[in-house]
Unconditional design. Sequence first.
Lengths: 329, 440, 324
Amino acid sequence: MNFLSILNDAASYLLQPTTLAFALAATGLAVHFGFTGLLNFGMAAFMALGAYGYAISIVSFGLPWWTAMLVGMLAAAVFAVVMGIPTLRLRADYLAIVTIAAAEIVRYLFLTESFTEYTAGSGGLSGYARAFIDASPLAALPSDMKIGFGPFSYTPSQLSTILFGLFMLAIAILLVWALMRSPWGRVIKGIREDEDAVRSLGKNVFAYKMQSLIIGGVIAAVGGIVWVMGSATSPGLYTTSTTFQIWTMLLLGGAATIFGPALGAVIYLVAQSFLSGLLSGMAKAGMLPFTDSQAKVLVLILLGLVLMLIVIFRPQGILGNKRELTFVK
Amino acid sequence: MGSTTPMVRPRRKWQVLFIAVILAAVAVFASVFAAAGSARAEESPDGQTVTDFVVKGFITFEEKPLEGVKLSIEGNGFTGETETDAEGAWTLYVPEKAEYTLTVDESTLPDGVIVADGAEKEVAFKLTNTVRINMFLGEGERMTESFADQLLVRISNGLQFGLLLALAGIGAALIYGTTGLSNFAHGELVTWGAFVALVFTSFWSLPLWAGLIAGVIGGAALGLALDAGLWRPLRRRGLGVVQLMIVSIGLSLTLRYVIQFFIGGGTFQLEGANMAPMKFGPISLSWVDIISIIVCLVCIAAVAYFLTRTRLGKATRAISDNPQLAAASGINVDRVIRIVWVIAGMLAAVAGILWAYYRPGITWNMGTGMLLLIFSAITLGGLGTAFGALVGSLIIGLVVEVSTLFGVPSDLKYASALVVLIIILLVRPQGLLGRKERLG
Amino acid sequence: MTGSIKRPKTVIGLDGAAAPGVKKADPILVIDNVTRQFGGLTAVDVDHLEIPRHAITALIGPNGAGKTTLFNLLCGFDKPNSGTWAYDGTNLAGVPSFKVARMGQVRTFQLTKALSLLTVLENMKLGAPGQRGERFWTSMLPWLWRAQESEIEAKAKELLVRFKLDAKEQDYAASLSGGQRKLLDMARALMSDPNLVMLDEPMAGVNPALTQSLLDHVLDLKERGMTVLFVEHDMHMVRHIADWVVVMAEGRVVAEGPPETVMDDPAVIDAYLGAHQDVDLGVVTGRVAGELDTSAIQLLDEIEAATEAAAEGEPERRGEEEQK
């Protein structure tokens, strides 16, 4: 069992595209749930629309990568509107159920064989990575060159996606910060606590909730793009398990904070990688009474328990302020 | 008094009309331009107008080319036909890239030869201007069923599925009604029943009846354990409904991966799962199916009796209606909720075992996929009412099965149930049997 | 500045005698044929009601009379089954509550809606209308709304001083007492310079020490040219500050008038005290067909006697005899 390589793998998760993608998705969910109080359980669909919007634009329509990104973001915005119109007037648990249903419908649509011409169905879509990599300023460097050190060494194409992801994450966090300290953010926080009070002050609560749904969704869509930008996408990535993972990361870091979501994503993925590697290594070495694939499942069991424990004992997460939470009685 | 200005919005109607007119105008223009783009006058050997857009292919039978097979193409207002040549090759020219249907005239094929997956094929152009469709034919039989027959089969399947969905759904509805919790772990309660039965029969080699009883007891036990170990302490702690919902999500993840830990990713079968079906007209049911239907009906009748005739059942309905009032009238709310969880656990376990026979097959995530259907059913029927859960489940079951007959591809059939859910929430959020004021 | 100086009541100009549905000289709100049913129960059934401008009107009645339901309807928090009401000539039936608020009609709630997760000052700033910074696109560019924000803050602080909440400016509203939250609600409602202020049970849950302060603030609203409509159970408050009283029972308006005379209206007393609880008032008043039993006949006799005595100029204080 190579302890060093386990640590290395875990550490590398600090800067993987996956981590950056989930940090973005969690930030989007913070806008929805942490700040506005919307119970959105369909985040995976926003990521899927971003990723597939991006991929299909390049593969089937030959658009440049930045246009493809705009298409992905637009798809997420439209989905937010379509989902929001019937549900934002309803109670919280209805929104939860409808968002899961809508997300599953989106996943089915990307999975079905009926649209394989565009989506490539269950096999997943690839072949679009070059569009971005070739456009990057780092494309001039030899493609097998390694930049960086230790667990953080990347080829130029990997580095391109990571730097892009970091850049988008920084913009997203900045955006959320600016929004939440403005009067718009004040109205949103009021809505989170008591819609009727805010309505009685003359604010169009429905419009604000819709705006929040759109902006959080678009941020998550960018996350979806960053996740698959350098590789391939497939419908299996966008299940309800993915959504629940995003929720765990959000609550772990702090639902109503600016940096909490990103922090939660990093801790979750690094810890998952470390535990998976450790337990799986121990199982392979015969130190544990089960197989290494069972070890990986055990890590998932633990993460499920972590979600329960966070919500019960520390719902404000690591960075959160208990006094600011509305979903806690 | 003074004149009142009605605050109606006539402007919106005009906006819609305006947009409709614009769209109509655009459509007219587009079709005019499309028609204007007519082809050159070049002709192919068999009299077709040659264009840039080609649909072509080969037809062979047992690796020998078939000559003289007639094909026709139709779509977008255009029709064309051709025949295969000595090499079995055929070419059809179409005016533009659109969707067409290619039909093979099976009467021009040799005796006993058919196109196995249907004589009609969809033609769709991708990035290039040519579509190739090759057909390598063989002999075969095709049973044609009438639409009415197929409909009967689907309805019977749908009702069967709906009944076992109802078992799970009634439990979830009772939990929601008495505690306000949307139990995201309900799917795992379903899987659990099948899992316990599997462990007792296949892994510990006990007879089937023992396994089935163990499954039901296991479900009851899990329901009891969850309320005693988790839900009641959390209620005491005063956790809000949203927090409890998220806890149930964590529980769902934990339970499903625990089951995966023990049975991995494979599919298992219970004894008797592959029994040969008997035919009742177009409908085919095995003994297992019949028993399953009877079991569902018995359970549902038992629950109905419980809710309407027993004191405990009435107390359950009272709590669903108004918890404070129920508690104030001396009902032991905690005890009733405990019993509700036990009943829900049992019903879910039975549903799981029946689901294992229906699919057929037991996987670690068999219940997870059902969760959304359960929620759809109880929302459709009316949140919190057990009878609504029954009605909603039957409708969802029917929609899932019958939708495939109306053009929904079979891998999208669950999605159609979800679409029904969303539409109902748009039109009548309180569900079919719910009361409007419950919306809060 | 507020004080405990007794202020003169406003005399309401009427178009006729004081009876339910009487027309007022200068109404700000005219309510017509409004009904609201919940299942089989009729919660509100008002034929005609006018609320006078620049005056303080109290809406009273026993529990279940439909006061809060009518209130919710008028503020746009509920939709009527039928009927219209005109605010300054504009029909508001079916208009959503946030639009109603923008038109100068604001309300407070019986259970205070001070947003406890925001500070007192933030609560106040939320009340200001037409904020550039609240629009999504402009909110991200602070220099577009900074100036307006300072103005709003100054106005908020001024109001907080008036309501004596300025020391609590930076505290989360959760840390205020119940009465202080009521004051905050009222102060916040004033940020938009409303014309009509609707208070839902402003005295509910307020400790007696703060009552006078709250009353003075309400009187102040009238001084500053606003109209006030409030729902209340507290008769002292009603007697003290109301210029006009509307009494509801079982969804209908049963009496209207200045506070002194309305209180002695027999129908009003019966509605509250249920002096003849076992009597079917519907039968007695002739609204419902039915038989009169002994107690009903007794009641009718008493009412007749009282009416005759009043007509003869002898103030027959029937109410005093009946009250405990």
